[in-house]
Design a protein around this ligand. Structure first.
Ligand SMILES: [Zn+2]
Length: 258
């Protein structure tokens, strides 16, 4: 009797596992977002411990990435359309990219971006940039000033050597912001180097506070630090002189936050 009971219990467990496996998507959907590493990135959710994992998955999941952009469009955080795949040279071009004509910000001429880059951009604007602007200045940002996203080139504009993430529309260079009240914040003028990093470039203003722009300096620090949560590569004036006037944000293979 005991043996039969044991076998019965095992069968019930096996059945439970089989049903659980067959319906795992339904079961996982019942797990709250913040406890569920398999949940797709939700635009409206604040960053949590599984954010990196979810962002990583977007790379391998064009459908999920497109869904995220569609949700951003619904919320008014993005105006975009698909752009035909292109190969413009050795190591240059893009597949599955979008043309972004606006985010929550005006961006000027439409920009080609890989889907993961566009996704990180809208997430960063919503959870980092706009809250920082309201916190520091009491108004949101209206316009993104940038040096573009796609460019068929090598790192640091070298002709040989490895391709930049820009060559696959996987990076954007952000030069500054215009607030809703017309105020302009510039990386070149308003960035204050991190204390531990000695200035590498004599030309660069070393103390934005002396121009009375401490709020701008703090804002740019918030914006850079927050970007490191949503992008993979984040390089700014603290990194080197080539980045003295912009933040480089990419969804490339390497994690760097400088
Ligand atoms: Zn760049």
């Amino acid at each position: 009797v005991r043996k039969a009971l044991g076998i019965g219990v095992l069968l019930v467990i096996a059945l439970g596992v089989a049903v659980g496996f067959a319906r795992r998507d339904e079961l996982l959907a019942m797990v709250p977002y913040r406890w569920n590493p398999w949940a797709p990135v939700a635009l409206t959710e604040p960053p949590d411990r599984f954010l990196r994992l979810r962002l990583e998955r977007l790379r391998q999941d064009p459908r999920g990435c497109a869904d995220l952009l569609a949700s951003a469009a619904t919320l008014g955080d993005l105006m975009h359309e698909p752009v035909p795949d292109r190969e413009t040279g050795p190591g240059c071009g893009f597949a599955g990219a979008v043309k972004v004509s606006a985010t929550s910000l005006r961006v000027g001429e439409p920009l080609a971006m890989s889907c993961p880059l566009a996704a990180s951009l809208v997430l960063w604007e919503r959870h980092v940039l706009q809250p920082a602007a309201v916190r520091r200045f009491g108004v949101p940002v209206r316009r993104l000033e940038h040096y573009g996203s796609y460019a068929c080139r090598g790192i640091y504009h070298r002709t040989g050597g490895p391709r930049s993430q820009h060559a696959t529309a996987n990076a954007i260079d952000v030069a500054g912001f215009v607030l809703a009240d017309g105020r302009r914040i510039r990386v070149r003028r308003d960035w204050v180097p991190t204390e531990s990093t000695p200035p590498r470039d004599a030309e660069r203003p070393t103390d934005a506070a002396s121009t009375g722009d401490a709020a701008a300096a703090l804002f740019l620090r918030d914006v850079r630090d927050g970007a490191c949560r949503y992008f993979d590569g984040v390089l700014g004036p603290d990194y080197n002189a080539a980045h003295r006037d912009h933040f480089h944000f990419d969804r490339g293979p390497y994690r760097v936050c400088r």
